[in-house]
Design a protein around this ligand. Sequence first.
Ligand code: G6P
Length: 362
Amino acid sequence: SAADKGTYPFYMLKEVDEQPVVMRKLVQEYLDDEGIPKIDPKLLAQMKAADRLYIVGAGTSYHAGLIGARLFERLTGISTQVFISSEFAYEQPIMAAKPFFIFLTQSGETADSREVLVNVKKQGWPSLTITNVPKSTLSREASFTLLLHAGPEISVASTKAYTAQVAFQAILAKALGMAMNKENAANFDIKQQLGLVAIGMQAIVDSKDELESIASRYLSQPRNAFYIGRGIDWSVALESALKLKEISYVQAEGFASGELKHGTIALIEDKTPVIGIITQDRTANLTRSNLQEVVSRGASVLTIASKHLSQPDDTIVLPDVDPLLSPLLSVVPAQLLAYYTSLGKGLDVDKPRNLAKSVTVQ
Ligand code: G6P
């Protein structure tokens, strides 16, 4: 069955490996032969009527929402905000006149996210749940539901659900932007791009040996580690650090690279690993100069860079895709670095201490 580990030592590695297939599955489920999204027009009409989109999620789903907000703003022009569900539930901001809510939840059962949905319904606002689990609580309770089709995700550390959430939001943003006659959306060749992403992901998962040796060389000993980036790369830095901390217990944090000098740089010691994510033309040089600043304080610097921005000594070079979709590739080496760090320490990769796959208490 899909939930069988087969020859894999841990579900996480299987689920990382499945990501190219999940990308192709999303293309098959949600795009027609011309690459035009097949999304319920009633849903698009309600989203179009909104003056602001609110994306709500917890953990990895929140991180996927950070990428989604950029996709929606770029492809539809609708202002989009992202919230951690446990924060929104108790500190509702001043709302737009016509909000539309998007709930991101792999399991469809997270209590904090459900608390927000219950309040959203009370206030009469429309909602969409994007989930991996059909018939789950949040899928039943929202006005609309769409499935991620990633297949069962067993490992506590979420991997293929994150990339499915990001890719699906790109499809939905394109659909909405097209319904609004936005040029950016019409020009975004999502079918071709997701095809390139699948090929790129495959190349990364095929370089496991290299990632295993990088993990053992740089991440097996230190107490802490930092991922840094700007803009969309910062969002991926947050998810990359979460992966590392939750399964390897290295105290890992993601930072906006421009903020380092305002505090975090005080934590840099000899051989502290700092991993820079570099996929965006506008910020590549800025992040590289932030990396120089930590090198001179003794950090062990690693880089994950898109090919067209790469330099000869980059650690990991990612195939080029549309920069809006770069998170789908830059996160994969981070998932594997976390996996191999945990594995190397002899930890239970799939069942890290103190964590649950879905959290049904607030
Ligand atoms: C738990 C899991 C995380 C997940 C989060 C949100 O904390 O350990 O991996 O990201 O819940 O779960 P959801 O099912 O709502 O996406």
